[in-house]
Design a protein around this ligand. Structure first.
Ligand SMILES: *Cc1c(COP(=O)(O)O)cnc(C)c1O
Length: 393
């Protein structure tokens, strides 16, 4: 389907998978806090709208509603909700890889992704090559035709805001017989839809912008239609593993993410507006030595970001003169709360080297220690700028 043939983003966010409850007419999907379902005879599941359920690991109406909404927003064939972003990533790795396979990952991947690939997948027999995904020649050099099963692209990356060209990398991956996975956590489907650019799977930490209120941990996988390159349906592979490994979110967590997604478009517009104001301020500050934001013309892949993203998002990283400077800023903000995670309505500040990315310290993926990461929230931009001004001094 093309954009012209389907309802707009916010209409899908508010209506896809969210018909009035068939039992009561409730306008909002109820939290079906239930593990099992009455059968009208042995193996005779109820049929019709909102039915066909037998056990809530396999399927739960609140979760189905979220999964339908996720698939509609990413313009995929099927969506799958998980208990966390890492559970979603683990399902992809185990559903699609087998010992002997090879995976290409970003050399500045989210620390937890790197840990999963390095400490869990590698001992199981899946090799990996970290590569600079902003450099297409490097990606071409890293794929091993016939052996590389997945190219794992995060764009923009956490925390260095590196941008990879989704369409170009999809072509490289497919030519080598590999599938392209895109971690769309930072951009969200509001700013970019990787499946429409050639990606095979999209993965999310819904803990971040999708949930959007720092009150739930969750993950998601959305797949395109068609097969997995080894003769099976991608959707069936992921669905089978979701049920077999069981890392599913409960009904309340599913409901929270679903509620968050309804306002994603308006929140993202405001995150982007505020981030632009903060970038403008940081540019004028002498203690800031470098700003990493895809919206800046001097960003290494600004043209790619401008082509594949609607706007440039709410995440900003910046470098200072020293680790002490970076730590001092993190300790001095008042409105920007010092904490891990991102994508909530409230602004957060953190020191990736000692916090979110401590697990990659000493590895190839180590991040600079003078780096500060901001998750710019949706407060009033003037107050955010004033807070940074007092913290930077
Ligand atoms: C947080 C994050 C993850 C992991 O998700 P969890 O919900 O914390 O398990 C994966 N990728 C990116 C880009 C993230 O920011």
């Amino acid at each position: 389907m093309t954009d012209e043939q389907i309802p707009g983003f916010s209409t899908r966010a508010i209506h896809a998978g969210q018909e009035a409850d068939p039992a009561t007419g409730a306008v909002v999907t109820p939290i079906y806090q239930v593990s099992t379902y009455k059968q009208d005879g042995v193996g005779a599941l109820r049929t019709g709208l909102g039915t066909g359920y037998e056990y809530s690991r396999s399927g739960n109406p609140t979760r189905t509603s979220l999964e339908t909404q996720l698939a509609a927003l990413e313009q995929g064939a099927a969506g799958f909700a998980f208990a966390s972003g890492l559970a979603a990533e683990d399902a992809i790795l185990r559903a699609l890889c087998r010992p002997g396979d090879h995976v290409v990952i970003p050399n500045d991947a989210y620390g937890g992704t790197y840990r999963l690939v390095k400490k869990v997948a590698e001992p199981w027999g899946v090799e990996h090559t970290p590569v600079d995904l902003a450099d297409l020649d490097a990606v071409r050099g890293a794929v091993r035709p016939g052996r590389t099963r997945l190219v794992w692209l995060e764009t923009p990356t956490n925390p260095l805001l590196t941008v990879g060209d989704i369409a170009a990398i999809a072509e490289i991956a497919h030519a080598a017989g590999a599938l392209l996975v895109v971690d769309n956590t930072f951009a969200t489907p509001y700013l970019q839809t990787p499946l429409t650019l050639g990606a095979d799977l999209v993965v999310h930490s819904t803990t971040k912008y999708a949930g959007g209120h720092s009150d739930v941990v969750g993950g998601a996988v959305v797949v395109r239609d068609g097969d997995d390159g080894r003769g099976e349906s991608l959707a069936e592979r992921i669905g089978f593993h979701q049920n077999s490994m069981g890392a599913v979110p409960g009904p309340f967590d599913s409901w929270l993410v679903q509620r968050g997604l309804k306002t994603l478009a308006v929140r993202m517009e405001r995150h982007c507006d505020n981030a632009e104001r903060v970038v403008e301020f940081l540019q004028s500050h002498p203690r800031v030595t470098r700003i990493l934001y895809p919206g800046l013309p001097e960003h290494r892949n600004h043209d790619v970001a401008a082509r594949q993203m609607k706007r440039f998002g709410g995440m900003i990283s910046f470098r200072t003169a020293s680790v002490d400077d970076a730590l001092a800023v993190c300790g001095a903000t008042e409105l920007f709360t010092l904490g891990e995670s991102l994508g909530g309505v409230e602004s957060l500040v953190e020191h990736p080297g000692k916090m979110t990315h401590a697990s990659v310290a000493g590895s190839l993926l180590e991040v600079p220690d003078d780096l500060v990461r901001l998750s710019v929230g949706i407060e009033d931009a003037d107050d955010l700028v004033a807070d940074l001004a007092q913290a930077l001094g």
